[in-house]
Design a protein around this ligand. Sequence first.
Ligand code: AP5
Ligand code: MG
Length: 214
Amino acid sequence: MKIIMLGAPGAGKGTQAKMLADQYGIPHISTGDIFRANIKAGTELGTKAKTYMDQGLLVPDELVCDLVVDRVQQEDCAKGYILDGFPRTIPQAEALDQALEALGQKIDYAVNVEVPDANIVKRMGGRRACVNCGGTYHVEYLPTKVEGICDRCGGELILRDDDKPETVQKRLNVYHAQTQPLIDYYTAKGALVEVDGTQDIQKVFDDIVEILSK
Ligand code: AP5
Ligand code: MG
């Protein structure tokens, strides 16, 4: 099963993608996590990406597309995968479709997790992210067993640099201008499914699984 997670920053794409990856036994591929791992490792890609990410802007398409197209051809993706945070622009979606077409494959579902902007700003300040595995928590809605430590891998939890309120607003603006058009794109392909992302985490997950099992 090949799934794309769509939705605004903070809509819960990463949270749901991780749960779906466990459910279906397929990898969760988050471009944001890949960039953050590169920033942490001090790679050239990380240095380039950081300048855009810290401003709430998208990293240029040419730094993202090849990376994802290579990743989805690795062996662990043979049964499918969940893309989280990619594609984020129409050119990225077209690059992905072209690459998949050449492999005789296609995206099965684009899951749009819908959350109004007002809820999002409230969520972001409470988010904590694992520097090691990318696991995402929330001080109120999804707390860890031990404060500051990832339940999955024991890594350190941080407040992301781009979760400051003014940067969140900028990311929302960028989302509406550059990423929201993908909803029409995947509707036209018959792949779009919608879920109410304002419900609690487990209910959102149950709704997605129900839709995908039809
Ligand atoms: P990325 O890491 O993808 O960030 P994003 O899209 O802004 O999304 P987030 O990770 O902030 O939110 P999410 O939807 O995953 O929500 P989460 O599950 O964490 O990208 C970061 C940056 O990298 C971009 O700005 C860009 O610069 C660059 N980039 C990445 N990919 C790119 C690409 N393809 N092209 C160009 N640039 C790219 O949930 C949020 C919080 O809410 C958590 O604390 C969670 O616990 C909580 N929560 C989740 N669900 C619920 C719920 N139902 N109820 C209550 N709380 C909830
Ligand atoms: Mg995320």
